[in-house]
Design a binder for this molecule. Structure first.
Ligand code: SAH
Ligand code: SF4
Ligand code: F3S
Length: 438
């Protein structure tokens, strides 16, 4: 039996990568690796990468450059690139950065133990296949260790929507749903290990079809699990918000009142060019229906400014949509040209103009975000406490609306859910006072 080796994983990109990094670490656990948070003592360094915007992808090459001294200090160190850059660029990564020993795409993570054995013999490995077998059937089970109270659980992967700007359909492949039985088993296991809140993940999570009742059916089954207190899901596509899911927001107590529903633009002309297959008014009507089912729901969105052909009028339509919807949270990006996507072929708009629009949009979104936080003052929310705060006796957790809340809570343990009255709103968090449970 060889001595334990150390694995350092660095995660970029979306929550699905966070989940994948955990699963990779567990898969390599079976091959004798344990995780470390110190790259200088690692025997293997894995970068789990994101390809969504140019900056995200380029960051990986500068990070790889920074790893050179570690390799010089330890010639046996293995350096691997996983995730969406690995899938998109494959062999090219090794051409640009020869110190890379391993390139592994998101659908091949279950093969990591075999890959590690090959690496040990000095071989280099590139695997960006979409294998026929289900990786979830083969990925090593999670060890029976305690978990933090909030966990991610991937239920759906890939995307068939082909928005004209987006690399995800190419890096993550076609939409695939895990079976409800497999998901429920994993959820029960998480709950046994201390998890109280599960966020179901998918690139298009509401296109989930592993349950005959769709995502809503899965949520209702999960809600039956004793000890699981909170359910969330992300990311949803407006076209897949079916009636059952909207209704669940009104009737399922465990489903939290928060919805991330990206719209990207408020201009029908741009939405069409983006291949979003919905209109701005269709989105407004959908939001009305969701708010009818759950009036206090906190809405979040994604926006892209500077998409090819976007005029000032198109941009103003986006501002108008944002004013109509009133978001509690939002993510906005300057369009980034991604090779191989249809929008990359179009005449691109001026970068300074796009930066200016991004600034104006972000000013409006931050105003709304702050207003949604300030509105919480005086209200009672439930908080799942996740870690100690900065001050003595203080704890920090998330409200049902996903706001970070800190409170003096000397008798509260990690994983407790308590009623809290919000008394103050700061730039990125709320302050609350613990109420006695009734
Ligand atoms: N599947 C999700 C999100 C995918 S990526 C959805 O459909 O909403 C997350 C966000 O990144 C997108 O919502 C979009 O706003 C942004 N994004 C994707 N491609 C981009 C690009 N080429 N340039 C800038 N932002 C992009
Ligand atoms: Fe990308 Fe569009 Fe698919 Fe979302 S729905 S992952 S933005 S192609
Ligand atoms: Fe990035 Fe891939 Fe997620 S491109 S956003 S890590 S699906």
């Amino acid at each position: 039996m060889s001595a334990t080796k150390k694995l350092f994983v660095k995660t970029y990109g979306c929550q699905m990568n966070v989940y994948d990094s955990e699963r990779m670490a567990e898969a390599l656990g079976g091959a004798g690796y344990e995780t470390t948070d110190r790259p200088d003592e690692a025997d293997m360094i894995l970068l789990n990468t994101c390809h969504i915007r140019e900056k995200a992808a380029e960051k990986i090459y500068s990070e790889l450059g920074r790893l050179k001294p570690f390799k010089a200090a330890n010639p046996d160190l293995k350096i691997g690139v996983a995730g969406c850059v690995a899938q998109a660029e494959g062999e090219e990564i090794r051409r640009r950065q020869p110190l890379v020993d391993l390139v592994v795409g998101p659908q091949s993570y279950h093969r990591l133990p075999d890959m590690a054995a090959k690496l040990a013999t000095g071989e280099r490995v590139v695997d960006t296949e979409f294998p026929p077998e289900d990786k979830f059937d083969h990925l090593a089970r999670r060890p029976r260790a305690r978990r933090a109270p909030a966990a991610f659980l991937t239920v759906q992967e890939g995307c068939d929507k082909f928005c004209a700007f987006c690399v995800v359909p190419y890096t993550r492949g076609a939409e695939v749903s895990r079976s409800a039985a497999q998901v429920l088993e994993e959820a029960r296991d998480l709950v046994d290990r201390g998890v109280r809140e599960i966020t179901l993940l998918g690139q298009n999570v509401n296109a989930y079809h592993g349950h005959k009742g769709g995502l809503a059916g899965l949520i209702w089954d999960l809600a039956e699990i004793d000890g699981l207190a909170r359910i969330r899901f992300t990311t949803s596509h407006p076209n897949d918000m079916d009636d059952a899911l909207i209704e669940a927001h009104g009737t399922c107590d465990k489903l939290m009142p928060y919805l991330h529903l990206p719209v990207q633009s408020g201009s029908d002309r741009i939405l069409k060019a983006m291949n979003r297959k919905h209109t701005a008014d269709g989105y407004r009507k959908l939001i009305d229906r969701i708010r009818t089912a759950r009036p206090d729901i906190l809405l979040s969105g994604d926006f892209i400014v500077g998409f090819p052909g976007e005029t000032e009028a198109d941009f103003n339509a986006t501002l108008a949509l944002v004013r109509d919807v009133q978001y509690g949270q939002a993510y906005s990006f300057k369009y980034s040209t991604r090779p191989g996507t249809p929008a990359a072929e179009k005449p691109q708009i001026d970068d300074d103009l796009a930066s200016d629009r991004l600034q104006r949009l972000q000013a409006l979104l931050s105003e709304q975000q702050r207003a949604a936080q300030d509105e919480m003052i005086g209200r009672t929310v439930s908080v799942l406490f996740e870690k100690p705060g900065r001050l003595d006796g203080q704890m920090v957790g998330k409200s049902d609306y996903l706001h970070a809340v800190h409170a003096a809570a000397p008798d509260v343990a990690i994983g407790d859910i308590r009623r809290v009255k919000i008394v103050q709103s700061a730039s990125n968090s709320l302050k609350g006072e613990l109420l006695q449970d009734i």
